[in-house]
Design a protein around this ligand. Sequence first.
Ligand code: TYM
Length: 337
Amino acid sequence: MLKSSKDMEIVLSGIRSTGNLHLGNYYGALRNYIKMQDSYNCLFFIADLHSLTTHPHPNDFHSGVKTILAEYLASGLDPEKSAIFIQSDVPEILELYVLLNMISYKGELERTTSFKDKVRKQPDNVNAGLLTYPVLMAADILIHRANLVPVGKDQEQHLEMARVLARRFNSFYNCEIFPEPKAFNFGDDLIKVPGLDGSGKMGKSEGNGIYLSDDEKTITKKVMRAVTDSGPTEPNSPMPESIQNLFTLLKIVSDKTTVDYFYECYNNCSIRYGDLKKQLAQDICKQTLPIKERIDEIYNNDEYLKRVVKRGTDIARESALSTLKEVKSAVGFRSFL
Ligand code: TYM
């Protein structure tokens, strides 16, 4: 059973099992999950089916899932407060995925930015799973009739697609089964954690990640390598993107006094990027090293992981089955059995 209060909104989100979690995953998504656990009905999962779009080797597939699970728990997801499960353990998601595919159109899927990106980045592997990625994601969300979905900015368009499909299904089958899910972030806007290689976002496939599992030396090395320039020569100069990115990260991990201090140094041209980077590395370490310390022990405790997933899967399947029953009835299925 999900938490019993009927008034509590339902929260659902997930992360693909494609390597270790980085600061983008943590600050864009996971930190919100942790904060939401006390006030909402929360379900968090590992999107192992979504990860198949990039063809992981079968030998690495399970350890990839286990890694995210251990990192979820080490970061503070509490299995007593949230249902934690693996996407492929809930087959009802796939039934809904098939049904939603029937009301999703090629044109709208081809226009998705993430699809166009993948076509550019992996032209040799433009599989149908990539095209229907947002439909599977909508199924993940709608199967639990989730109201809020904590995600980073890059997922905004996928959330829009989930809303479109919720509306379309309700109207197509003349029912009111699905609420329209909203993307969520504590604070005003969804966030994009930048990479430190000059432009763009931090990402697994961008190869610019700072990971929750990195040790102090590695983090310091990565931050000290960040792209900068020779510094401003006139007061209050506009910031190039690489410097903006450093400040964006600083705003995420450091306190206001530190951020204000470095802004002031930038604006009066006294900034030393080495000092800024040292401070940034220290503040990242302060946040991530306590998490890192817990990862290995949790990863190696199979008994515990099994208990966590068993409990989460029971909750997720109960919720999914009840939605699917209504969905199938609305579509017109009547069983002979
Ligand atoms: P994935 O694994 O690509 O990303 C997981 C989460 O991390 C966020 N994120 C970022 N946020 C800010 N800055 C960054 N640089 C950054 N990089 C990643 C993503 O926005 C995301 O919230 N498609 C989803 C997985 C998924 C899902 C779902 C999410 C499958 N089904 C249903 C919510 C609901 C994804 O992007 O995974």
